[in-house]
Design a protein around this ligand. Sequence first.
Ligand code: ATP
Length: 292
Amino acid sequence: MNSITVKAYAKINIGLDVLGKRPDGYHDVSMIMQSVDLHDTVTIRKTRFKSITVDTNLYFLPTDRRNLAYKAVEVFDGHHPIRCGLNIFINKRIPVAAGLAGGSTDAAAVLTGLNKMFQAGLSAEELMKLGVRIGADVPYCLLMGTALSEGIGEILKPIKPLPDCHILLVKPNISVSTKYVYENLRLNDSIRHPDIPAMIEAIEESDLYRLASLMENILETITIKEYPIIGGIKEKMKDLNALASVMSGSGPTVFGIFDSRQKAENAYRFFKSMDSGMQAILTKPYFPGNMN
Ligand code: ATP
């Protein structure tokens, strides 16, 4: 096999809670993850040279060690030596620095692709162990579907698939630093924590309406204060009949959950027509094994 192409799916956080800060500086989280049907395409090719090269369709992305796809090759090589050169081409469709795990999912796709290409035979668990060395979201990006994610993100428990719905992603034209958000999060007694167990219950009962009433992301307490546009998008999505509108990850993307295609399309058209550099993407939950 001289080349392989893997789809790298984006994720949203149906619920995101932060439980505390650990001595190593990481935070303990409790998050409900859901992959969405929006993907980058990662193509790995063997080359005659000894080097690793990364190319992408976006001129501003790093193509050296700072690219998580590059890091994934190094981590894989440390475990299962690769005896040839490789070129990784990433066709990015997932908005960058958006809270959608774009870099992590490319890294996961590289691990999956290399495992197949070199017939290394690593189990899902082994790949996840390599993945967490690249980033806390990489193990989930290998698993996909609907899952509870705990620890720093590496303790994963698949849960029943999210009830059928339509999802609108809207990313304002701003950058939010994940480091800034976590550094400014004050986990004092007055902060309200999202009810993750109740959200899981609602998913188990396939009750989209109850789930929507519970969806929350604790990091919004920081980002909305600093970037009011995130709060504005949330409100507008509600006006446009979203059952829930919540920020994904550390932002700035806001996603809306809709119970009909028509309502979701209507909201999509509204955000698309705004001349403000916002990105709007209409999508659906994605489950591995879907035929696409
Ligand atoms: P998360 O949701 O995991 O916090 P994110 O979606 O907010 O991630 P990314 O799209 O992964 O953020 O981008 C964050 C930074 O990572 C970017 O500024 C970019 O320079 C860097 N990066 C490294 N590799 C990649 C990649 N393959 N795709 C996108 N960004 C990458």
